[in-house]
Design a protein around this ligand. Sequence first.
Ligand SMILES: [Zn+2]
Length: 411
Amino acid sequence: MRAPAARAVALACLAAFASACTNDTQPFPSAADAPVRLDTHIDIPLDYATAATDPLTADLQVNLTKMAAGGLDAGFFIVFVGQTARTPEGYAQAAADAETKFAAIHRMAEQLYPDRIELAYSADDVSRIASRGKLVAVIGVENGYSLGPNLERLDRFYELGARYVGLVHDGDNDLARSARPSAALGDPDAATGVTPLGAEAIARMNRLGIMVDVSHGGKQTALDAMRLSAAPVIASHSGIAGVNVHPRNMDDETLLALKADGGVVQVVAFDAYLKQQPEEKAAAVRALRQSVGFTGGTRLSSLPTEQRATYDAALRDIEARWPAATVADLVDHIDYAVKLIGVDHVGIASDFDGGGGVTGWADAAETANVTAELTARGYSREDIDKIWSGNLLRVWREVERTASQLSAASN
Ligand SMILES: [Zn+2]
């Protein structure tokens, strides 16, 4: 009797395994009530959705083929602009670059691949689109600098589909203090937070129904944003300082405030935030990049084949000497946050194509490894669903509710 029973169990396991594998490898998710795996931070290059960068197959950490293969159902595609001088020319360039990225995301979803991916404008849209077996694109803005000093642009961003706006990036702007102020841009050495204009921006985002994102903000920026916002805020891609001290990581006091606020921290798979890396590693990477003439503005894929191979080999040597963070490191940060503020306030972001990616979750095709690590740590299916999207969607719905209440009150 024992052998057949054991065999039956083995077969059941195999069947369970096979269906899990099928779910993770079929072209597009199909189950009507399947939980949505949502990544809140995916960067795109300026030439996205042009002949140079095909969203389906581009040599990026995220393309539509990899999303489908890895079971990454939904992603916030990011309209990012880097901080430069707060001059008319700087504002104009930032606004133009933002428009270029908004247009690229719309081109991907509406002209190039409308049968594969669709833009979501509401939290309900995310579930509806995913249940039809399509990938879901949402738009987030990184760095309020692209608003310039003109908050009316927020209305346009909302019309274009922006559903979160990160107040600030590296370097202070007109809205808020950065976690990494820029001496080169003349930022003062003072621990300030959200500016009066930033407070107006938050009020306008509350009225429109745009989530306020505090990632990249300094600690006081995050605390001010929670105090000022009529709806809960998010940290779209941040690490946890209780595991690894870093300017981009949130400390316990800020996380506890976020919990009281009803918000969510999307723990980011970013090597340097997850794990202390020696300065020698950063220096070695910088030297390697310089040796092939690679700067942040150029694309690795544009290097000649031979040079790219040399670069890749040298990078592998560096990684072997100072191993990058892994999926286990990522889940260590998630675990810490869950223990401190509860499973209802924690989510996941990759920062793919913006510096993110860890061993085991190096691109969208490896997304199932994150779920597997959470399962191995004992998280229930229900909790994993909350972490992958339930919490973020809950906050989004609260932001939508607040917007409709504010508009009802003003009519
Ligand atoms: Zn970022």
